[in-house]
Design a protein around this ligand. Sequence first.
Ligand code: HEM
Ligand code: PLO
Length: 488
Amino acid sequence: NGFLPGDRSPPSLPSLPIIGSLLSLVTDIPPHIFFQQLQNKYGNLYSLMMGSHKILIVNNHHHAKEILIKKGKIFAGRPRTVTTDLLTRDGKDIAFANYSSTWKFHRKLVHGALCMFGEGSVSIEKIICREASSMCGVLTESQNSAVDLAPELTRAVTNVVCALCFDSSYKRGDAEFESMLQYSQGIVDTVAKDSLVDIFPWLQIFPNKDLKILRQCVSIRDKLLQKKYDEHKVDYSDNVQRDLLDALLRAKRSSENNNTSTHDVGLTEDHVLMTVGDIFGAGVETTTTVLKWSIAYLVHNPQVQRKIQEEMDKKIGKDRHPQLSDRGNLPYLEATIREVLRIRPVSPLLIPHVALQDSSVGEYTVQKGTRVIINLWSLHHDEKEWKNPELFDPGRFLNEEGDGLCCPSASYLPFGAGVRVCLGEALAKMELFLFLSWILQRFTLEMPAGQPLPDLQGKFGVVLQPKKFKVIAKLRADWEKIPLMQHC
Ligand code: HEM
Ligand code: PLO
């Protein structure tokens, strides 16, 4: 009858036919917190039904690592959903593509192209410092007034991925940049929301506000990607590789020259477009979000800001800009970045995984096709693993002497782990370190008098974003006289 001896399913939420456990999920609480709370009733591993899909919710690091690392390949699948299919032309990207040889091939290609930049004449470090310098210039102009730093942070981060993907950049107020900001926010707000359409695909035949927004935003994004692609095709040369798009074009041409069908290896125009779209989208939304959270926590915790600045004054001084080689010398800043990634993970539920064959987790059996949600929020706020998990305390990542880094718990996976681990981890860490060190070397971030501190709740979506807030970036004493050099 298909049952093995000792077969055991995980605890399950009550479920009704067809609508599954939907009724118990109708709540205003954001899903990562709701799933964390359900542990009280069902334990840290439980399942629920969404429509006809069985979903396993994982709230502890032992099970998470068994799934992501030990059984990584078995759980490397991705579900197909209406919204992600719309965004990625049925999974022709990396992040939302199911496990396949095409996915593997594209991951390798992108990984190789990102590594290349370390060696090229224009290194990633130089690109980031160029943008950090431009951003600090703009902050200097807005002395003593409260500003929303988001547009400048986003422009800086966007220009880094723009350089990597398209060998281009945006000036302030650029119309294409403004339109990118708009469509990208629309996509973040609507994609991968476990909306009704993702549960009942047939609901698509009815008008749906979110789907309409998503369709419009995706169509604007696709035009932008197509324009970059067409421009690149015109002046492409086999001898120079300017950026990621060139690397993908080269791979596409070489498969065409070898007479392999681009369909077989998955190098159609759609695949190339969707893959750069992923890197561009991930590159912008994730890093910007972490920078915003960092600033929100820094204005909440001026003592943390002061400590970072003291460390920088001692180790770097005023005669030069921070550079990547300073990373080892600024443990308190590194610890602060780690703490921000713990307390407000960018992707609190990762991206859903799918079991590609029958398997097990802990003592429980898991059937092929089960969707697996790793609740990173539960891992990062587990009281058994972290002292006062809601307290922002970079010191928890420092050793006893306070001069080196440590990881106090294994329940920490901001970038995921295993075969589906984040492709941009190294890039994101470089950006976070350089942007924050450049800002804090020169400026102190403060709240305007009488303003409430930024909200730390966050808005759940495909990334967990902070709400808008304004701060004053005040030049530190003596820094008025020190000019910004154009390059580091
Ligand atoms: C996947 C976190 C920045 C590209 C992921 C996942 C997480 C994550 C949690 C999902 C892992 C899983 O499903 O198991 C972060 C964080 C970032 C960041 C916290 C910033 C601090 C970036 C950047 C890029 C990027 C800058 C682009 C260069 C990707 C891609 C995937 C991914 C392509 C999909 C990998 C796959 O499915 O095979 N990231 N990410 N990420 N990330 Fe990042
Ligand atoms: C962000 C909005 C863009 O317009 C499209 C896009 C592409 C890739 C997505 C990204 C969005 C959100 C963050 C994601 C990334 C792939 C990996 C990353 C989901 C939707 C994370 C954090 O997992």
